[in-house]
Ligand binder design. Sequence first.
Ligand SMILES: Nc1ncnc2c1ncn2[C@@H]1O[C@H](COP(=O)(O)OP(=O)(O)OP(=O)(O)O)[C@@H](O)[C@H]1O
Length: 347
Amino acid sequence: MVRTCVICNKERAIIKRPKTRQQACRECFYYVFETEIHNTIIDSKLFNKGDKVAIAASGGKDSTVLAYVLKLLNERYQYGIELFLLSIDEGITGYRDDSLETVKRNQQQYDLPLKIVSYSELYGWNMDQIVKEVGLKNNCTFCGVFRRQALDRGAVMLEVDHIVTGHNADDIAETVLMNIMRGDIARLSRCTEICTNGDECIRRSKPFKYTYEKEIVMYAYFKKLDYFSTECIYSPNSYRGHVRTFLKDLEGIRSIAIIDIIHSGEAFELKKGVKLPIQGVCKRCGYISSNEFCKACVLLEGLNRGLPKLGIGKTNKMLKKYGNMPEGMATIPKFMNKNSDSVSEQC
Ligand SMILES: Nc1ncnc2c1ncn2[C@@H]1O[C@H](COP(=O)(O)OP(=O)(O)OP(=O)(O)O)[C@@H](O)[C@H]1O
């Protein structure tokens, strides 16, 4: 049976929106998809006119669609922001080298400046070398911690005010579930924030907070966007992978479950008296940290001392076991910010 688009009531519907189950034509799907993201940006006051914004670009579907849509919305609604692409080269042969080729093509296609920062130049180690040391089990910890800091460092090099990432509604719902299952109250209380600012120097936000992964894939497919679709070769059997499978099952039964989980996460309130870690700065590299040394410095020290397990688990417990961090070890360059000598002075 031929169905008519429920939005324009004219064209033939060729899409069933995964988020709302609405039948829509292609043009109406594009329009509602883009407009919902625009509404999220406006409702959350993500940007100020004149902001320099780095799009964390991995070459994957999410960040590729993000670059395309942000460029389009910036022109359509005159946000007045300046966009850049910022990519981190983790040094994963057969994965990141190929996806970075996609980012380089996106740079041409979208005519945006691109900056690539590598783990090797920042930390003296790439992921291929790290996996040789630590194996497949804990390597995602190294990669995640190092990437977070690498993005901030790249943003400082680009002198931008803001980083946006392609984290989508599914990613955020997964994170809520993971934090509940781990009892990680500190992260649970902040993982649904669309924008982190105040305690961090470079604003970081997720314009796709309410955008379903399936719709991002559909949009990329129908628009024929150029993106890289292989999964990371070093992340089989990650904890997140199991949560993802669980969430996909839930979505199959009730598609709105993803948004409901995000709303539940937003509604969590901490009991009075619950102590949260206090943000300070790393004594060694100046990056934000709730401990004396940031996680990246501890992980790096573990690698350099031939003790890769040093940074896995509770830092204080591990330092007790393996001994304190010796002074004068190879370390990450001091985190410098465009307005101050170090993060501590600006935040
Ligand atoms: N190497 C990288 N360089 C720059 N940004 C990255 C990199 N890896 C991840 N990101 C950012 O973090 C977001 C979430 O990353 P994740 O690893 O969960 O990938 P994903 O969900 O497959 O997203 P994508 O489809 O964009 O790769 C990405 O959308 C991107 O904005």
